[in-house]
Write a protein that binds this ligand. Structure first.
Ligand SMILES: Nc1ncnc2c1ncn2[C@@H]1O[C@H](COP(=O)(O)OP(=O)(O)OP(=O)(O)O)[C@@H](O)[C@H]1O
Length: 478
């Protein structure tokens, strides 16, 4: 028979507590070794694992008096260690310590789970195994989060985004004008840049102009440039954005705001491929591909006479619609996680991830500001969050319960089936875990973990689980 794998953990002791090696003996007995025992005051960062090597830390709070707990819970060195991106923490408490509010908050905020020692080795094994499993689960800890980018710079793996990526690739192969429609913050500018990069013009300039941000009186000179002396103050020739984009791509954002005069000049450029600078007589050939975008209904602007119909048709030879964030399903969590990683340097102790209530709330929120709003909310929550995991409240979203649904999701059906199978196996085996695990074809440890997840351990009268509680973070993520 093969030997069980020996696993190591970091043992952090804010308060020196000598139990005569009892905890270490228990750990050894269940196949774990202490890699390092570290006092917070002497904590060196090279004693903690490298990001990318996820593991478990044991926060040993035994011996911490109630009177010292509040100061400890605010100790920046401790909090920084607990926010380590590669570690899931399990707290070790003594009897009665779970009643201490400051310690409770610390454990809730930073630990995946806790045990009250001395406890059954089986309990310790389940809790540590669960924490290690969570640390290694892809998409959990920041350091292990895979990034999915169907289009460079755009995170997302949903079907709508995959389809969009395909259309972008095809559009990039052509020279025809592209029109990007979509709500604000959906990534139209990113898509325009992607089309440019993937096109044969990729090595040439990408020039973006926001038509809504430039006063109407300046739009002509901004777009087409001017000659020296064209107007008072025109002391030297200036190239316009169209000319700057020669050989490359001109991105006209908020095209609906383009004044009528500039609409006519742009139409001329699209038809003839040449421009005239203000105050100039020369016709200058410019080879710029046009990509335009707006978040308003351009067709309505045409119907209302605010936008030229002929220009509208010229611009939207290829039309791509950017999906709203609420249509992208799992991309929401993925982008949120990406934002957490991307902006990690902005906060001293970055949160490791999101609580289930946050994920639920993000999924249920309509995101009128789309990806921009999501990124901004995550950045703010990173600063405001109290613990290691961002909650719905940190994101300033309603903590919605799982939606009451008439139908049953596959996930729910799977869970119900799993729970029923465990209940049946336990009933048939007089609530004995070993035989029930054999019958189900899983290990005892896995069965303990599943019982914990389904709240079935409480149903066993002889269970000695009362000393084990699953903290909020653990239960919510399960
Ligand atoms: N899929 C995505 N993954 C990661 N970041 C994204 C994604 N889509 C957009 N962003 C980011 O969201 C923000 C808004 O994107 P962008 O400016 O391209 O949107 P827009 O549709 O052009 O907005 P507006 O209509 O207001 O001009 C940017 O910071 C961008 O980097």
């Amino acid at each position: 028979m093969s030997q069980p794998e020996t696993r190591t953990l970091v043992h952090l002791q804010p308060h020196l507590f000598d139990d005569g090696g009892l905890l270490e003996d228990d750990l050894r007995g269940i196949g774990w070794q202490v890699a390092a025992t570290v006092a917070v005051a002497r904590l060196q960062h090279d004693q903690l694992p490298q990001p990318g090597a996820p593991g478990v830390g044991l926060l040993d709070l035994r011996g911490v008096a109630d009177a010292d707990a509040a100061a400890l819970a605010g100790d920046p060195a401790l909090l920084q260690a607990l926010a380590h991106p590669a570690l899931e923490w399990v707290a070790v408490l003594q009897v009665r310590q779970p009643d201490c509010e400051a310690l409770g908050r610390l454990v809730h905020g930073y630990c995946r789970d806790y045990v009250v020692h001395p406890c059954e080795p089986g309990t310790l094994s389940v809790v540590l195994g669960h924490a290690l499993g969570m640390a290694r689960l892809p998409g959990g800890l920041v350091s292990t989060c895979p990034e999915v980018e169907p289009i460079a710079g755009m995170v997302g793996a949903s079907e709508v985004m995959r389809r969009l990526a395909q259309r972008i690739r095809k559009a990039a192969r052509s020279e025809a004008p592209v029109f990007l429609a979509g709500e604000t913050g959906t990534g139209k500018e990113l898509a325009a840049a992607a089309i440019h990069r993937q096109s044969r013009r990729g090595g040439m300039p990408f020039v973006a102009i926001n038509c809504g941000a430039i006063p109407h009186s300046l739009m002509q000179s901004e777009l087409f440039g001017y000659e020296r002396g064209a107007f008072t103050g025109a002391v030297q020739r200036k190239l316009g954005r169209v000319e700057q984009a020669d050989g490359g791509t001109l991105f006209l954002d908020e095209i609906a705001d383009l004044p009528m005069e500039s609409q006519s000049a742009l139409l001329r450029f699209l038809e003839e491929g040449s421009i005239e600078r203000l105050g100039g007589r020369e016709s200058i050939r410019v080879d710029a591909r046009i990509v335009s975008a707006t978040h308003v209904d351009l067709q309505a602007a045409v119907a209302e006479g605010r936008f030229r119909a002929d220009l509208y048709h010229r611009l939207r030879v290829i039309e791509l619609r950017m999906p709203a964030l609420r249509e992208r399903g799992g991309d929401i969590a993925m982008i949120a996680q990406h934002a957490l990683q991307r902006h990690a340097g902005e906060v001293p102790s970055r949160p490791k991830g999101f609580k289930a209530c946050a994920l639920r709330a993000m999924q249920g929120y309509p995101w009128p500001g789309n990806v921009r709003e999501l990124i901004n909310r995550v950045r703010e929550a990173m600063v405001m969050a109290e613990g290691c995991y961002i909650s719905a409240r940190d994101l300033q979203l309603e903590d919605g319960e799982p939606p009451p649904c008439g139908g049953v999701t596959i996930e729910l059906a799977r869970r119900e089936g799993e729970r029923a199978a465990i209940e049946r196996a336990l009933a048939r085996n007089d609530q004995r875990v070993g035989p029930a695990a054999d019958e189900l074809g899983i290990s005892r440890v896995t069965l303990y973990r599943l019982m914990l997840r389904h709240g079935l351990h409480e149903a066993r009268p002889e269970a000695r689980w009362s000393r084990l509680a699953v903290v909020k973070g653990g239960r919510e993520k399960a």
